[in-house]
Design a protein around this ligand. Structure first.
Ligand SMILES: C[S@@+](CC[C@H](N)C(=O)[O-])C[C@H]1O[C@@H](n2cnc3c(N)ncnc32)[C@H](O)[C@@H]1O
Length: 263
């Protein structure tokens, strides 16, 4: 039974053009489809806005498996869309800082968890640049130091409430450094058997505070994913859009033609 299902799956995938990236992502037939989704969608939005180059970011790199995967998607999506995609990985380089209080869930996360082997990772990276230091500091100097192409996608995987609050300051960079809508993946807005992430702690608290602070921009879940993407996966509920309603390109029309629904 399982082998039949596998064979059918392989036939479907085999019949598809390797460039049919949206379909591969939709089927989850690719490593870390969540990363593929935000990278592809960001490149597609950039193309519709007439931009040739974007940046994608990962906050929380640790050993670097996620960053290497982001490089992979950036290369594939770049080749398909023609948009050049730069990759940046933010991390202390030394693992988690100390938790500030209960909101960081210290009963599951502690200082120095997830240390990076910087030399080993640098030797493997092909296009990603590491931005090392506390997120609270590096987000402030990022644009001056790197002059990045507009940010189109971000994965937030910093575990803590406090670190996520610091990293969300990336949304304060000048509008020329970001698309009007940024596709984000929030790794830690989910609970586990032992880690009880919820409204008053962790990433959900950081999101709620962010949204309460300023009505002209928000982080909102892309609610169509869990209904339109099959089979159901947890990441479908972890994709959020950062939308800035005052961005100069916020209202730029991105579809084509005159839309009518004839009787
Ligand atoms: C769970 S790991 C990331 C895993 C990685 N995204 C992956 O997919 O393999 C969390 C990382 O966040 C980093 N981190 C947490 N708080 C930080 C902060 N305030 N500034 C910079 N890095 C931080 C830690 O150093 C740690 O490596």
């Amino acid at each position: 039974m399982i082998s039949t299902i596998k064979r059918i799956g392989q036939n479907i995938i085999g019949a598809m053009s390797p460039n049919d990236y949206p379909k591969l992502i939709k089927l989850g037939a690719i490593d870390r489809p969540n990363y593929g989704y935000i990278v592809y969608q960001a490149a597609d939005l950039a193309r519709r806005l007439g931009l040739a180059r974007i940046s994608v970011l990962e906050f929380g790199v640790a050993g670097g498996r996620g960053l290497l995967n982001l490089e992979y998607h950036a290369a594939r999506v770049g080749a398909i869309t023609g948009v050049t995609i730069d990759v940046y990985g933010f991390d202390t380089g030394e693992g988690l800082p100390p938790p500030i209080d209960y909101r960081d869930l210290p009963y599951i996360w502690q200082a120095n968890h997830f240390r990076m082997d910087q030399a080993a990772l640098k030797a493997k990276l092909t296009r990603a640049k590491l931005v090392l230091g506390l997120a609270a500091d590096t987000v402030k100097t990022f644009c001056a130091e790197f002059n990045p192409a507009p940010i189109g996608a971000i994965s937030f995987d910093l575990d803590y409430y406090s670190s996520t609050v610091d990293a969300f300051k990336i949304f304060d960079v000048a509008p020329e450094y970001r698309l009007p809508r940024i596709f984000t993946y929030l790794d830690d807005n989910y609970s586990s058997d032992l880690g009880h992430v919820g409204p008053g702690v962790g990433v959900p608290l950081a999101v709620n505070e962010f949204n309460a602070a300023d009505a002209s921009r928000h982080l909102g879940a892309l609610t169509h994913l869990e209904f339109e993407y099959r089979p159901a996966r947890r990441w479908h509920r972890q994709i959020y859009s950062f939308a800035d309603f005052r961005h100069p390109q916020a209202d730029t029309y991105i579809l084509s033609g005159d839309r009518q629904l004839a009787i």
